[in-house]
Every structure is written in C-alpha cells, then in structure tokens.
Design a protein around this ligand. Structure first.
Ligand SMILES: O=C(O)CCC(=O)C(=O)O
Ligand SMILES: [Fe+2]
Length: 215
C-alpha cells in the first residue's frame, strides 16, 4: 500500500495537473507518449494477503465453462462433485441451470439442491481455504453440475479468490485470532505452494485437501 506521504504527494500533483485544465486531450496534443506518474495508481492490494488478482495481482483466476448440448444428459455430468480449493468463489450462471449444492441435514443424510439461476445474481461459494482459515466455522460447499437440458448449451463464469502471498515464509492455516484452548487448531499451517501442490496432485475429489491438512 502506498505510504500516506506518497498519497499526499500524488494528490497534490493531481490537483496541480487539474488546475492547468490541460486534461488528457491536452497531454496527447502536446505529444506525451507515456502515461504520466500521476495517472498510475498505487496497488491498493499490495499489503493484503488475500488479494484479488487482476491483470497484475496474484490470487484471482477466472474460468468460463461451456457445457455443450448433450443428446443424453442423464448419462453424463457437467462437473463431478467437488469443493473449490480457494477462499471464496464468485459464480455467474446463465438461465439454463444445472448447478447443484449438497445439503447435509441434521440427521446426517445429504441430498442435492438445485441452485436455480436468478437473473443478475452472483453466487458465492465458501472454499476449502476459508474452511481451514476459519477452523471449520465456515464449511466449504460441495457442488456439481448436472446436464439438465436437451436443447440448450450452458455457460458459466467463475472467479476463484486465493491468497496472493505465496512466499516460502507466508504460512496459512487457522487464523490465530480464532484459536483458543476451547477451539484448538484443526489444521496445520502450510505455504501456498504446498497447498496448490496438494490440489494439483489430486483429482477433483471433494474435501480431499481439507483432509490433507487436518491435524
Ligand atoms: O459451472 C458451474 O456452475 C460451476 C463451475 C464450478 O464448480 C467450478 O468451476 O469449480
Ligand atoms: Fe466449483
């Protein structure tokens, strides 16, 4: 994150620029070919461990899924049951539907519930890392996609948020503030490279990562 001194300097420079009334067109007309410093924003996520990842910020990745029309949808699966490995997932689906979430009832029995498409809505999934960081306060959600249409292809867009800090000394595990003698850690700590290594070694099996780091 930029220091407050740097932020103040930038604010002063922007004000000075505004007062010239040159505007961006003025800059172009005077032949400026590189983006001036005042238009370059400091990375607001630089000091945040769970930074979302855009063009240059590690920790966020986007996948778009295309599920083609299937002549026998009941004989296949769009995506097999799994939990997402990261902290949070943000998902947008079209109107075709097919996403299902596993619900476990109080008697321990479980069944699949349709996550019906709602126009304009984004769906947020808790991932394995959030389950670990919260020491099981939040549980990662098991989900799958069934092929439920004979006529229409399905499209979804998914953004996975994972920690941006991936150094050899950046450890993850249950957050210290949540741990006490009544609530001892249920998971050991690990680096992101160990976590991602464990994820890529397994197939998509639900909760496998959670089990891997359990104490
Ligand atoms: O397509 C969907 O609705 C779900 C995709 C998904 O679960 C995933 O990419 O992890
Ligand atoms: Fe998923």
């Amino acid at each position: 994150m930029a220091s407050s001194a740097a932020a103040t300097d930038r604010a002063a420079l922007v004000k000075e620029f505004d007062e010239t009334h040159a505007g961006v067109r003025g800059l172009v007309e005077s032949g400026v070919s590189a983006v001036p410093e005042i238009f370059r924003h400091p990375d607001p996520y630089a000091s945040i461990p769970f930074a979302p990842h855009g063009v240059s910020i590690p920790g966020k990745s986007m996948i778009c899924h295309y599920y083609p029309v299937c002549p026998e949808p009941e004989r296949t699966m769009g995506i097999v049951p799994h939990t997402d490995p990261g902290v949070l997932t943000v998902l947008a689906q079209d109107a075709v539907g097919g996403l299902q979430v596993k619900h476990t009832a109080e008697d321990g029995g479980s069944y699949w519930v349709d996550a019906k498409p709602v126009p304009g809505a984004l769906l947020i999934n808790v991932g394995d890392l959030l389950q670990i960081m919260s020491n099981d306060r939040y549980k990662s959600v098991e989900h799958r996609v069934i092929m439920n249409s004979h006529e229409e292809a399905r499209v979804s867009g998914v953004v996975f948020f994972t920690p941006g800090k991936r150094g050899a000394l950046d450890f993850y595990g249950p957050l210290p503030g949540l741990i006490s003698s009544e609530n001892p850690p249920k998971y050991r700590s690990f680096t992101m490279s160990e976590f991602l290594g464990a994820f890529f070694k397994q197939d998509l099996a639900s909760k496998a990562i959670i089990e891997h780091f359990k104490i």
